[in-house]
Design a protein around this ligand. Structure first.
Ligand code: ATP
Length: 349
């Protein structure tokens, strides 16, 4: 605290690839347990959070409440309602901080009946519907804007990255001063990949994926990211895995050792994903797309997470450019990216 509150905060957040993923079991509640090595890659989304205090009531209670407005651009198919993970993250933080719920203190001002909530945790409906700017005045409005570049439902944790970015942006904008551990605690309520996305870098995740530990990674890796427009829902891929998949007995050691020494050839050879067989079952064309990456000279190629994105490791920036050009015809979109890509980057104004 003590610092002047920023009026505008921008967070740029990277996507991820799974360098290793092994399913180790299924819990009674249906959640899969896994061991996975995650690393951020340089395809980013951006979340901008701004606070609008125009028309804010002088009533002291107004300072404790907040409305939320959400907009997004960049790709079709981004949910614009309260199901968007960035909005869910904002609401989660609001609930945690107790700034979302209005009480009778403001009721007199807005004409609502005494004791009735004047507004909910934010001005977006719980289940579906367009997010509309609040029409009521009297309390500050936080405007959250998402620019989406990470492919959607593609196994690159785009939604989780946006949730992490929203937590970090709003923690700063609202001067909540939660530390990274507290943010990761909230993140764990939002989704398995969100705690990793709060920190970024390279991590080993276990359990349902929520428990993460940073691991040593030397060097920079050059990736060709092959994007398939057909989305794959993560639960659907896990269901397919339960039907067709056989858990491997693979261990992450070879990937971890390659990262420790910065050995891209060893990393390419060690890439592993138990979910790949399920993604192949659901989208058979992915087999040929992965094979095209290998035939073009990739050090290794693999479906990332639940897919359908296929990532291929190149030996250099130049080779990545050549490889990307060669496989472009077999994918809907191809990008070149670097890893590790750090974590969410915050810029305030
Ligand atoms: P993971 O790699 O963590 O399994 P993913 O990359 O496969 O995730 P996401 O892009 O996170 O998948 O999207 C999964 C679903 O979540 C989408 O189909 C979409 O409806 C919903 N969703 C909610 N919020 C977002 C968001 N901010 N960006 C993208 N999708 C979102």
């Amino acid at each position: 605290m003590g610092e002047l509150a920023p009026a505008h905060v921008r967070v740029r957040v990277p996507s991820k690839v799974n360098l290793f993923l092994r399913i180790t079991g299924v819990r009674d509640d249906g959640y899969h347990e896994l061991v996975t090595v995650l690393q951020t890659v340089s395809i980013h989304d951006t979340v901008v959070a701004e606070i609008d205090r125009s028309g804010v009531s002088a009533h002291p209670a107004a300072r404790r409440f907040m409305e939320l407005a959400f907009t997004a651009e960049g790709q079709e198919g981004v949910p614009l309602d309260a199901s968007n993970l960035a909005v869910r993250a904002a609401r989660c933080l609001m609930d945690h901080l107790g700034i979302g719920r209005a009480t009778s203190e403001l009721a007199g001002e807005t004409g609502s009946g005494a004791g009735e909530p004047v507004r909910g945790p934010c001005a977006v409906p719980d289940d579906g519907g367009e997010v509309v700017l609040p029409t009521a005045t009297g309390v500050p409005v936080t405007r959250l804007h998402l620019t989406k570049r990470i492919p959607i439902a593609a196994g690159m944790a785009g939604g989780s990255a946006d949730a992490a970015a929203a937590l970090i942006a709003l923690n700063r904008l609202w001067q909540a001063d939660l530390d990274l551990d507290e943010l990761r605690g909230l993140a764990a309520k939002l989704g398995a990949d969100v705690p990793f996305c709060v920190s970024g870098g390279t991590a080993l995740a276990t359990g349902t994926g929520v428990t993460t530990a940073q691991v040593l990674a030397r060097g920079t890796y050059h990736w060709v990211v092959g994007i398939t427009d057909q989305p794959l829902s993560t639960p659907q891929v896990y269901r397919a895995f339960d039907e067709v998949g056989v858990s491997s007995d693979a261990e992450p050691d070879a990937v971890l050792q390659a990262l420790r020494t910065g050995d891209d050839e060893a990393l390419g050879a060690a890439l592993h994903n138990d979910l790949q067989v399920a993604a192949f079952q659901l989208v058979p064309e992915l087999v040929g797309r992965r094979d095209a990456m290998l035939a073009a000279g990739a050090l290794g190629a693999i479906v990332s997470g639940s897919g359908p994105t296929v990532v291929a490791l190149a030996s250099s920036a130049q080779q990545a450019v050549r490889l990307a050009a060669e496989v472009e015809p077999v994918f809907d979109r191809v990008e070149i990216a670097l890893s590790p890509a750090g974590g969410p980057e915050l810029a305030g104004e």
